[in-house]
Design a protein around this ligand. Sequence first.
Ligand code: GAL
Length: 711
Amino acid sequence: MKNKKTLYSFSIVAATLLITLASCNTTPVSAQAKSCKAEVQPVNPPDRPILVGADYYPEHWPEERWETDIKLMKDAGFNVVRLAEFSWIYMEPTEGQYEFDWLDDVLDLLARYDIYAIICTPTAVMPAWLAQKYPDALATKADGTRIVWGGRKNNCFSTGTYRLLSERITRAMAEHFKDNPVVIGWQTDNEFGGTDCRCSICRTEFQDWLRKKYGTLDKLNQAWGNHFWGLEFTTWGEITVPDNRVGRWASSNPSACLDWQRFTSWLNIRFQKDQIDIIREICPHHFVTHNLMPFHKGINYYEFTKDLDFVSFDNYPIWGAKRPKISYRAAAAADFMRGLKQKNFLIMEQTAGPHGWSSLQRNPWPGEIRLFCYQQLAHGADGQIWFRWRTCTAGREQYWHGILGHDGKPLRRYKEAAQVAKEYRKLDEHLKGTTVRSDVAIIYDYDTVWALQIQPGYPANNFEDVMRRYYDALFRAGVNADFIPTCADFSKYKLVLAPDLYVLRDKVANNLNDFVKKGGTLFTDCRVGVKDENNLCHPRTLPGLLSKALGIRIEEYSAVADKVEYKVSGTDGFPGSFTAKHYVDWVTPENASTLARYEGEWHLKPFAALTKNTYGKGKAWYAGTVIKEDAFYDQLIKNLLEDAAIHPLIKPPLGVEVSIRQGNGQKLLFVINHTEEQQTVSVPVGTELLTGKTTDGPITLNTFEVAVIKL
Ligand code: GAL
């Protein structure tokens, strides 16, 4: 890369800035705004088409190549690139001296080809000079040693040094790019999610955070149950960073571990907020977003995304699969991302080729990367950016392929990407103002996710796997779902699924009871309501405050050893024979009826595997075990949908996905064939927007083919 030099000197006295920093907001997020509502900017204002483009790294290539790249993007129909998230060193090659000319040149070229830019704060990789000069910027590992510089995402989020340097580069960039018409918005950093630093500054910050949260040590000792093992603190300074290793050797108090997790999540949020405040002050006309990771457990994304205009995420659905398979997880990820702000989202990194840091994963087959785009569009994406434009020849991601290969030629994947971009132009007008609306909600709660990580209860228990049993069955039934936090308004939904809702605050339990009483259908399952918000066990017989609504009593329960299975058979209303594994609640129905029971095991005979209760005007279901067969979950979802009076528009064949986007007087039905076989699906009267053909009855979809039908 050839750099022209424009130097912006900042003479900053570190001490002054440290004073500024000391006055920064340190209110724990948990103590901040409790509301689930947030004012948001849509991904695209009315005059901007659906975004489609590439993550572009001009700094990896000679300047002479840039125009060829950008022209190729234009020819493909791209209208956006993301830039600069790892180029701090090129923007601030020595401390306080800024060089943006090279990026200005790229932006000029983009302007010439009518392509927008999203620029990133570059704090995911600190320059070498920074690590050398300010070693406390590097995170400290659990063994007390510092991370050695040489990769990325290795900073401490507490140290004033790194926070100040981050604010300074953000301010310099914002000032420099604020009036550039090509720039439409910002991505903060890259995939926030760490670093679990254990330095002395983090420890002191943790103590301060706890002091703000609890006020007195008595309250903290009580909340954490520090009478156990006599772990009472007598001064704040005694508080240590808990050992939050997952598994049987973790010995720290689970309540301390949960607060540590909340604290580290908050550190990330605070770090990002410092950048966002600067961008909003200087560039109020730009959007701010961040590229999230599907179901990442490090940060409470509900809190984290409150500060963003909209959510973006990185979609890599091919992991270890030998051949294409139904990407349930990518659909769930999209619904989850939409749920964070109850708004459409952007795909900031979209799979463009084979993945791999050391070894290659499978190359997406013809039609597959197009399918990934339509799947996301169907679930509320308002644009998508391929990762990456051209496969790099150097560094750890040499095998993480882009739209172009190492050779830079516009080949098969380029043509497929161009096809998508051109098709999006046909859909623009129809997609405007549409999103997914669902009658079904799945509760996704970070306290639960974290508490299960700290103590899964039974070894196979993790929230994502549990949730997916139900989500995948909804997918197979052709029904959209929203993911919601525990503070959401349940009355917007007909059916609420609360799988494994392990941490259950009394208020939430009461809201769920009310939801059922007023006519809602609730489903929940084993380990619900075991813990309170401090990660202490509720001193109640399970399922605690939900007992009346569920009409059951659970006095005892048992984990089930690996390879041990029990037979379960459905009763009249719930046909089929199934297999229970992992865990069994010894459920005694009180008012509830038994829909499935254990067979063959005398000790389980008195107990129910699946129950249903009528409570007020609604119904409440409970599954007391984990069932092996998908057929169980398919039957369950069928029954739940019937109880909730939800009637899917189409019952798709296995492997065909159905999703509806609606709003603004439009209703668009997406039908996506994830299989390698031809599939026939019966659809209502409408117009297929990609072909312009009228539909009414069966349509045939070839391998990976999609239909977007305007109803
Ligand atoms: C993402 C990350 C990108 C790139 C990609 C491939 O998680 O945001 O920067 O590293 O993975 O490894």
